[in-house]
Design a protein around this ligand. Structure first.
Ligand SMILES: [Zn+2]
Length: 477
């Protein structure tokens, strides 16, 4: 039956500023490409751009999932904040503060966001350890990109949709072939008391964006079964800054999000059989990397793997197809930006290097993670040369030869949930080989906080009724 879902697998999902993970620019080279392959140096080379038929033979009966060591997930959705809603929507801005210092209040704002917007794609990267020879650790990474088409009326943020579109997200594909789903309708409040022992049919309360008249789709049900098997399987769940991902997954496939964060945590504790790891938390608080955005960590870990004596091979079983988006600027940067260049004296953008994000539309400085890392690792003499070369190439668009990196202020960039999921898994594989991460399980990164969200059961909290109902239907063991 998983074939029904596979037909919804899209080979060209794009993504944008829809997620909580900043720092999406990723060096890609140009639009030619080939498959992933091993190198002798304990790493691999992937050129992600070629279109190929997606064949996923191993997914029957979820064998891949049931034998996995860990599964990394990433989601994309239709917005992360309100953007000038019309008065008719009568939305209270105060309730949408998803950076609230109070985590309980922040959760409520995120819950509001999640329950009014929708997932558009889910990336899943399934890592399985292979028998290894000598001191080599071998992983196989199987990658899936699910394009989802929410059948509930939902909100979209214009900037998110623009970015998706600019990144090559195929909305026609989504509408015509995306996996149709309806979110689980909440139980009516009056019913909640009486269903404690007796599961009742879900019904939507009036005023909810869940539409009770749309019944669960076949694809949606299969997708839900897959998600349940992922969470109930033996493999750890790996996310990157993944609170919102978890909330979206829960809301989309499991049940209505509980009103309080403590109930949500209880439900997640029960749902996930294996530990959950957040690579942003690991980077910030365990390995204490200089920056912790995804593309930076990915590049950094690749370098580590190449230099490490403990070889790690990660074989990409199914190629991830991505479109290359050339964001090379063809205009001169404006004066302010020229000044910024002079001010730092660096050829790379410091803001980007730290946060993976830069607000300048046409930043004249390099956002190339490889270049930034090369520069940081270089000797003073090498830096001078790099700077000279950068300046001579900048701000003119740098039409380099096929496969060569560009080192000017902008790059080809591409986005997709599956690639982010894969990067997350890759980072986790290498990070967990560097030092034990076991004691850092079930800690989810919280933006702007110096403590994580701990996914631990509490004696003082209980599961939500919606979750109990879901559980009674779905995990009959
Ligand atoms: Zn910049």
């Amino acid at each position: 039956m998983i074939k029904d879902v596979i037909k919804g697998l899209h080979r060209g999902a794009k993504h944008g500023v829809l997620t909580s993970k900043q720092g999406r620019n990723f060096y890609k080279g140009n639009k030619s490409g080939s498959t992933g392959r091993h190198t002798k140096h304990g790493s691999y080379v992937v050129e992600w751009s070629k279109v190929r038929t997606y064949v996923v033979p191993d997914m029957t009966d979820f064998k891949l999932v049931s034998k996995s060591d860990f599964i990394s997930l990433d989601t994309e959705f239709t917005g992360i904040k309100l953007e000038q809603p019309s008065d008719e929507l009568a939305l209270d801005y105060g309730k949408w503060n998803n950076r609230n210092k109070d985590i309980g209040e922040r959760y409520k704002a995120l819950r509001l966001l999640v329950s009014t917007h929708s997932l558009v794609s889910l990336g899943m990267s399934i890592f399985t350890k292979k028998q290894s020879e000598s001191n080599t650790t071998n992983y196989i990474s199987n990658n899936f990109n699910f394009i989802l088409w929410c059948q509930n009326t939902h909100l979209v943020s214009p900037s998110s949709i623009s970015f998706l579109s600019e990144s090559g997200f195929d909305f026609n594909f989504q509408i015509q072939q995306g996996i149709r789903f309806v979110v689980p309708a909440p139980m009516p409040k009056s019913k909640q008391e009486e269903v404690k022992d007796k599961p009742a049919k879900r019904r939507a309360t009036s005023g909810s964006l869940s539409n009770s008249k749309v019944s669960e789709t076949n694809d949606g049900r299969i997708m839900r079964d897959l998600i349940v098997s992922v969470f109930k399987g033996p493999g750890s769940i790996v996310i990157h800054n993944g609170l919102l991902d978890l909330m979206f997954i829960y809301h989309t496939f499991i049940a209505k999000l509980p009103e309080s964060i403590s109930t949500f945590i209880m439900d997640i504790c029960d749902l996930a059989s294996a530990p959950i790891f957040d690579t942003k938390y690991l980077a910030e608080y365990v390995s204490r990397d200089e920056a912790s955005f995804l593309a930076y960590l990915y590049e950094k870990r690749k370098r580590y793997a190449q230099s490490s004596t403990n070889t790690i091979n990660i074989e990409i079983r199914d190629e991830i197809q991505l479109f290359g988006i050339d964001l090379t600027p063809n205009k001169q940067p404006d004066d302010t930006q020229q000044q910024q260049t002079k001010k730092t004296g660096l050829p790379y953008c410091e803001t980007f290097a730290l946060y993976g994000y830069c607000s300048l539309i046409k930043c004249p400085l390099s956002h190339d993670i490889k270049f930034i890392l090369d520069y940081k690792e270089a000797s003073p003499q090498q830096r001078k040369l790099m700077k000279l070369e950068f300046d001579s190439n900048n701000p003119k668009p740098n039409n380099t030869e096929s496969g060569k990196p560009t080192i000017n202020g902008s790059l080809s960039s591409y986005h997709s949930a599956v690639f982010d999921a894969h990067m997350t898994g890759y980072i986790f594989a290498i990070s967990s080989s560097m030092e034990s991460v076991d004691s850092h399980k079930n800690k989810i990164y919280l933006i702007g906080k110096d403590f994580p969200l701990c996914i631990e059961p509490s004696k003082f909290s209980k599961h939500s009724e919606d979750y109990n109902e879901f559980k009674s239907k779905k995990f009959k063991t």
